[in-house]
Write a protein that binds this ligand. Structure first.
Ligand SMILES: *Cc1c(COP(=O)(O)O)cnc(C)c1O
Length: 381
């Protein structure tokens, strides 16, 4: 018999039944009075979740659209932008901003580390930037950036907007837009929210909305805050047809998150990631990110000597768990394991157990139960 397939990649993450059920509801008119209420309630809840004093734009599209929308509404051609790149998704910002005709400077962190507040302060002392972008968790490395400290340094300059790419963080790593002074935060539905791919969220505080006003006409349409703002304010208005069933799925996703409570959710992610990392280390793997730099949402896991990446991941898939491969220089050297969103003890135990079976099948000297034992001991602390 074939194993069930547990998708433990860093997004899409496993989707629970009550969210999936929303996708099979009869689709209604976007002007349906009940849908309008649901849409409004969802964006209001999302604003509350991040303590946002401006607007949350809930739009059909992926995290990359959210990145582009954030940049499009805070810069004009020729503006200088500073990218804090901790890996693959920082580099995506660089490419996107180059394509938009911006003057792009980049601070690169070596993969597995993060750009520091000191580095940002130094760059900003020498040049004026309209925007600084920070990837909260770069999915290519599993490192978490110190966004609160970076925000202090960035906002020492009055006219600079901070964009936080939370695509692999929001909903699992704390992001309080007022307490941390974050101007724009973006994410996608399919990562720590545990909703299928298809929606993105762009939270913009009052400073960011004022920046959009100050830009006047921008060469954008689908990405323009000003064309979406009336719809977010009153979903009875039309701009682009809302993804009705996905909005319902998001509403249910948000309900689950708020029912758990954000503080509990953050704590659960810390516990899960510590337990998973300890289990993997007990099995001979190395976590790329050093202690203190590790994201709670995923682990980027270097193989012990003698394990072949393709054989490992194919065997693991046969054992019922799908993980992602390493990117760029780490292709073939590591796998990426998501542990975010609406996953539970069963998912974690199954994942570590499948990794143990896979190691044995790959000829590695592994005592079955080693990782699972460490995982459970940590989860029961
Ligand atoms: C996944 C991811 C993105 C891109 O999101 P898509 O939905 O794939 O477009 C951007 N940034 C980070 C940090 C991500 O993890």
């Amino acid at each position: 018999m074939k194993n069930k397939k547990l998708v433990m990649i860093p997004g899409p993450t496993p989707v629970v039944r009550s969210i999936l059920d929303q996708l099979s509801r009869d689709t209604v008119a976007f002007g349906d009075p009940d849908f309008i209420k649901d849409h409004k309630a969802t964006t209001e809840a999302l604003k509350g979740m991040l303590n946002c004093n401006g607007e949350c734009f809930l739009i059909a599209g992926t995290g990359t659209l959210a990145m582009e929308t954030a940049v499009a509404n805070s810069t004009k051609r020729g503006d200088s932008i500073l990218i804090c790149s901790n890996g693959f998704f920082g580099d995506r910002f660089t490419k996107l901003c180059n394509d938009k005709g911006l003057d792009v400077d980049v601070i690169f962190a070596e993969w597995g580390t993060t750009v520091t507040p000191e580095q940002v302060a130094e760059k900003m002392a020498a040049k004026k930037y309209a925007v600084v972008t920070v990837t909260h968790v770069d999915t290519s490395t599993g490192v978490v950036a110190p966004i609160a400290e970076l925000s202090k340094v960035i906002h020492a300059h009055a006219d600079t907007i901070m964009i936080v790419d939370g695509v692999c963080a929001t909903g699992a790593e704390p992001e309080d837009m007022q307490a941390m002074n974050l101007d724009i935060v973006i994410t996608g539905s399919q990562k720590a929210f545990g909703v299928p791919p298809g929606l993105c969220m762009i939270w913009a505080n009052q400073t960011a909305l004022a920046r959009r006003e100050a830009l006047g006409e921008i060469p954008e349409h689908y990405c323009d805050f000003k064309l979406w703002a009336p719809v977010m304010e009153n979903p009875q208005k039309y701009f682009g047809t809302p993804a009705v069933n996905m909005v319902w799925a998001m509403k249910e996703g948000v309900r689950i998150m708020l029912e758990e409570g954000m503080e509990n959710r953050f704590a659960r992610h810390i516990k899960m990631s510590n337990a998973v990392n300890a289990a993997l280390e007990a099995l001979g793997f190395t976590i790329l990110a050093g202690e203190g730099l590790r994201a709670v949402t995923l682990s980027n896991v270097l193989y012990p000597a003698g394990i072949d990446d393709v054989q490992f991941r194919n065997t693991l898939a046969e054992e019922g768990v799908v993980v992602a491969g390493g990117l760029a220089a780490y292709a073939g050297k590591m796998f990426r394991l998501g542990h975010m969103g609406n996953i539970d003890m069963h998912d974690l135990v199954s994942t570590i157990a499948a990794i143990e079976r896979t190691l044995v099948r790959c000829g590695h000297d592994t005592k079955l139960g080693t990782g699972v034992g460490v995982l459970m001991a940590n989860m029961m602390k």
